[in-house]
Design a protein around this ligand. Structure first.
Ligand code: ARG
Ligand code: ZN
Length: 474
């Protein structure tokens, strides 16, 4: 079997083509629906077919833009939300789903007309008064409020809206977006965003993209953010706290906004100072930085236990070390600009960001990538790193484990050895460039590597990403 057969791109493009009803005039669809009983052909699916998260995302439409107006009171922990979701139907729809977990819904309208809705778990099923024809652009407004509850992942970690002593740490990988806004919550569907977040005066609310200014009225401050490049819902944030803010523009014209919990400021300062240099170094390796904005959110969130590469502006649960900053910054190319198509392919994010750490060390007076490779290869045959194939974690509970991060980086190192530095770095740049703002699959990466190197790399990838167990002496 070739690697291509092992990783069929089976989830691509379904959202742009109306699966069943595409092309049929709505009247005929409606007729068929009545004739055939329940209108299976005109209802959006409750998931996007992801094997690890079958209910993540929804079928039948593509979200172009989220306009999120939020108010958060750290004292009462209450969130008020108004989400205006502009989407285009990719099939005729008599109803469609959004993902939202918890919170109470006050009202939903579609194009200004009241819609009916039903909730089951994370599925919010919306029935507009009038069916939507395929291709229609429609606007759904969801008014909601409540106390957001974090999502517990299959691996036991928490994500989503997580309260801190002075606000909230908001990080949604892989599913947590649904704890604070209604979304088509799967990386396959990427959208632009506007945020207006109101918090008590003195607190700062930080989201993604370019800072559009703040206004204070009657003891409340509203922070506005615009994310112009497509973003997966899991990369959205609205982190709130007592932050010290620093803003500047880099020599390349990237707008930087750093928000730092003052208790972390001393430890964070020397690392954040390196951000422009890291952006520049990664741009020299991976191609132009894919976004207009950058920055960091350094919070004090001792119960979180991880950082997330929230788009344009990673969020750290405490002052990061330089390696972590390099890792989360590399995700801006690998994971954020080029997103995965299914969570099974998570190594395309984590293996690449980990390899960026190794490259950084190699080029900044640390150990070579070979040395990092060797140190990992030296692990016993029983070690966690060999437990499952890098490109097939097997279930949602393993997507952040060592075979994804470390063996994923090892696989890239083997690729680099096989094709040589020049071809290797051109593969990385082309991967970032051709899929900029979109999605990629493991099969597409392998095929790019093979076409650039003019080599048959099936054995290499089979060994390093598709097989479990420690490979024989490399
Ligand atoms: N993508 C993040 C990183 O590599 C890890 C996120 C972990 N998320 C979680 N829910 N455990 O830094
Ligand atoms: Zn990562």
């Amino acid at each position: 079997m070739t690697p291509h057969q092992q990783h069929p791109a089976k989830f691509t493009a379904t959202r742009r083509r109306g699966a069943v009803a595409g092309g049929l005039p709505l009247a005929i669809v409606a007729l068929l629906a009545t004739a055939a009983g329940p209108a299976a052909s005109a209802t959006g699916l409750d998931g996007l077919g992801d094997p690890y998260f079958p209910l993540s995302g929804n079928g039948g439409y593509h979200v172009q833009h989220y306009d999120l107006t939020l108010g958060y009171d750290p004292g009462t922990r209450r969130l008020n939300g108004n989400a205006v979701i502009t989407a285009s139907a990719t099939q005729a729809l008599t109803r469609f789903n959004l993902d939202l977990n918890g919170l109470e819904i006050t009202s939903i309208t579609v194009d200004g007309t009241k819609a009916t809705f039903r909730r089951t778990g994370q599925e919010l099923e919306v029935t507009p008064k009038q069916a939507l024809p395929n291709g229609q652009v429609f606007r759904t407004t969801v008014v909601y409020s409540g106390t957001p509850k974090p999502v517990t992942d299959p691996d036991g970690s928490s994500e989503g809206w997580m309260t801190t002593d002075d606000g909230a740490f908001v990080a949604g990988e892989p599913q947590g977006a649904m704890s604070w806004f209604p979304a088509n919550n799967h990386p396959k569907d990427k959208s632009t965003y506007d945020f207006a977040i109101t918090v008590p005066q003195g607190r700062t609310a930080v989201a993604n993209g370019v800072f559009d200014g703040q206004t204070t009225d009657k003891g409340l401050t509203t922070f506005r953010w615009h994310q112009a490049e497509p973003m997966a819902a899991y990369l959205a944030t609205a982190t709130v706290g007592n932050f010290t803010v620093e803003q500047y523009t880099t020599a390349d014209g990237i707008k930087v906004y750093n928000a730092v919990d003052s208790r972390e400021a001393a430890a964070a300062a020397p690392v954040l100072k390196q951000l422009p240099a890291v952006l520049q170094w990664e741009s020299s390796l991976f191609g132009p930085y894919p976004f207009k904005a950058a920055g960091s959110i350094v919070d004090r969130a001792p119960n979180v236990g991880y950082a997330l590469e929230t788009q344009t502006r990673p969020v750290y649960d405490s002052a990061p070390d330089l390696t972590t900053l390099v890792h989360e910054t590399a995700h801006q190319w690998f994971g954020n600009s080029v997103s995965i198509t299914t969570w099974k392919d998570i190594w395309l994010n984590e293996g690449f960001a980990t390899y960026a750490e190794w490259l950084y060390a190699e080029q900044h007076g640390g150990p070579t990538a070979q040395k990092n490779f060797d140190a990992n290869y030296a692990k016993s045959a029983k070690a966690d790193i060999w437990k499952f194939p890098t490109a097939d974690p097997g279930s949602a509970s393993h997507i952040f484990d060592e075979p994804v991060y470390l063996r994923g980086a090892m696989a890239l190192h083997k690729l680099r050895q096989a094709v040589g530095d020049k071809t290797f770095f051109s593969i990385l740049r082309l991967w970032a460039d051709t899929n900029r703002g979109g999605n990629g699959t493991t099969a597409q990466f392998i095929s790019l590597a093979e076409s650039q190197s003019r080599m048959d790399l099936s054995q290499l990838f089979r060994t390093w990403i598709s097989t479990s167990g420690k490979p024989a002496k490399p």
